[in-house]
Design a protein around this ligand. Sequence first.
Ligand code: ZN
Length: 81
Amino acid sequence: MVEFCPKCGAMLPVGTERCTACGARTKPRVMDERSGFTWGDFVSYSFVGILFALGALLIPFVVCAMLYGIYLLLASAPPGF
Ligand SMILES: [Zn+2]
């Protein structure tokens, strides 16, 4: 039985923690053994949280900017158009 490195694709014996070719970790480090929650999951959840927070902050600004853009377009349009 062999495993493949997720980074470089090198063949590794099962149970190898680090790739012998590139040094990449073959298995994510588990934070919670029971749920199998890994640091990778934690980072991706945090990333999604940050994206949502940024989105919530940015959306009103984007909407205002769009409305202002439409206002400017309408204001600069020739009369009767
Ligand atoms: Zn590798």
